[in-house]
Write a protein that binds this ligand. Structure first.
Ligand code: CP3
Length: 350
């Protein structure tokens, strides 16, 4: 008699199960900026490279860095080592990461500067990211998920117009309020390029995506609708047209009460919560809408000890009854002792 064909059942990854609204056997966790300067092995590799872009655009280095925290701690997901600013770079805007000062770009303040951007090199400049994703994808075990990401158009535009980080966003907000047509042209270019970039990341092995809108909190409610929700919805729609089942996490940092409008208006699958979101409110107002991820204050992790324990207990106590992925509310601080990360993971596993 013939043996019945053996069915291959796709192994379940706890992180993806939660994003898809299913049960998982434990609370999955990963940390924003889990690959980075707090890790000695990252700092060591960095001394052998010519700066951040040299690492991010080298598929072997990017793969190695992506896997560093996974090998050390075994998170439920790896996030590809890259940056949200690779999009303006690929569109032709000059970009430099100055050690200790953050990103520097040639600011775009008018139509003629904007007109210089184009998509001619988008593909060739982003190919190393796709190569890094396929390498990582080939190395992960069957429990660990791979996250691709991009910045949301509003947040990326803040860097493009300000020329770097900003305290008050005066230039970009002046453009958004004063020249909305010009600003829309920039946002539309970012929507198209970012959707394309995310789709290619899926095709290279990303199993879920996170959209970072780190400066969403700088917008008033009307502007939040216009520049955070609508462009994100367009990206989500474009990605879902070709990949309807891919879970997408939206992270509108600082959105406050507008998290509700964002959850209802963008089409994202899950919400990344920043540390300022009250966890009791999130459990009652957001978690019934979709799975949530967050939101330990990275400074509690920097501090460690009893403060860390208390903060972790509160987050877990308030959110772990619903669909939940444990994360920080923002990136790990570079001075965080590795022992504190071990301590945190010990708490999560116990
Ligand atoms: O581990 C991961 O989370 C993946 C890698 C990742 C980086 N940047 C690597 C990085 C991710 C997801 C990002 C996203 C990113 N980049 C955001 C959104 C999240 C957030 O932090 O709000 C933003 C706003 C940026 C822009 C950016 N890149 C800034 C402002 C800086 C300088 C500040 C800093 O932390 O150094 C960067 C540089 C950067 N991106 C580093 C890393 C590891 C530091 C590079 C180094 O000096 O070694």
């Amino acid at each position: 008699m013939n043996q019945p064909a053996r069915k291959t059942i796709a192994p379940s990854k706890p992180f993806l199960e939660v994003l898809n609204g299913n049960q998982s056997n434990h609370i999955p966790f990963w940390f924003m900026r889990q690959a980075g300067r707090y890790l000695p092995e990252y700092r060591e590799l960095r001394t052998r490279k010519n700066g951040f872009l040299d690492m991010a655009f080298n598929p072997d280095a990017a793969c190695e860095i992506t896997l560093q925290p996974i090998h050390r701690f075994g998170m439920d997901a790896a996030i590809i080592f890259s940056d949200i600013l690779v999009i303006p770079h690929a569109l032709g805007q000059s970009l430099d990461f100055v050690a200790g000062e953050g990103p520097k770009l040639d600011p775009i303040r008018d139509g003629s500067a904007l007109a210089k951007l184009n998509t001619d090199q988008l593909e060739s400049r982003l190919t190393p990211v796709y190569e890094a994703l396929s390498k990582v994808s080939g190395e992960l075990d069957d429990k660990t998920a791979l996250i691709g990401f991009a910045g949301a158009p509003w947040t990326v535009a803040t860097y493009m117009v300000e020329g770097g980080g900003s305290k008050d966003f005066s230039n970009v907000k002046k453009m958004a309020y004063g020249q909305p047509e010009l600003f829309s042209t920039m946002i539309d270019l970012l929507v198209e390029s970012t959707a394309h970039y995310l789709i290619k990341q899926i095709e290279a092995g990303a199993e879920t995506l996170q959209i970072f809108d780190s400066w969403a909190g700088a917008l008033d409610s009307d502007e939040f609708q216009k520049w955070a929700i609508e462009p994100t919805k367009k990206i989500v729609d474009l990605v879902k047209t070709s990949h309807p089942d891919i879970p997408i996490i939206g992270f509108p940092k600082g959105a406050g009460y507008n998290y509700i409008a964002y959850a209802e208006g963008t089409g994202v699958t899950a919400l990344g919560l920043d540390s300022q979101v009250p966890t009791k409110w999130a459990a009652q107002a957001l978690q019934p809408l979709m799975p949530v991820q967050g939101n330990l204050d990275p400074m509690a992790l920097l501090a460690g000890g009893d403060a860390l324990k208390l903060a972790v207990e509160r987050v877990l106590g308030d959110l772990s009854d619903g669909q939940f992925v444990f994360n920080l509310g923002h990136g790990i601080h570079k001075d965080t002792p590795v022992e504190h990360v071990e301590e945190l993971i010990g708490l999560l596993r116990s």
